[in-house]
Write a protein that binds this ligand. Structure first.
Ligand code: ZN
Length: 113
């Protein structure tokens, strides 16, 4: 069984978290059938945020904290965008590439997905 990784999941009072009979009642972490967020690890964004509050800073340090800005320059700024000419003339390609720095336009350089 896979459970929500939220550090406070069991503290949110909903009927689907309740277990046990009178005298032995408890709330527990939700199981996989309710896990929708964070790549399937959390039942709600609240649980994801609880995990982040407790572990996020250490996770960034573990996987590599940025110490310099990431740069978008002319060389890596080409993005596939919708070709507005296609709206008027469907013989025109549906997509082309636009350089997000220079605003230049060029045909697609790779196969369309
Ligand atoms: Zn949860």
């Amino acid at each position: 069984m896979k459970y929500c990784q939220g550090t406070k999941c069991h503290t949110y009072d909903t009927t689907d978290r309740k277990r046990g009979t009178k005298g032995n009642k408890r709330n527990q972490t939700r199981s996989i059938s309710h896990n929708y967020y964070g790549g399937g690890s959390f039942c709600t964004l609240t649980c994801q945020n609880d995990w982040w509050t407790e572990h996020g800073s250490r996770a960034i340090d573990h996987f590599g904290r940025l110490h310099n800005p990431i740069v978008l320059d002319e060389a890596n700024a080409w993005r596939q965008v919708y070709n507005h000419d296609h709206w008027e003339d469907t013989t025109q390609p549906r997509f082309h590439e636009k350089n997000m720095i220079t605003k230049a336009i060029r045909p697609l350089t790779r196969e369309q997905g």
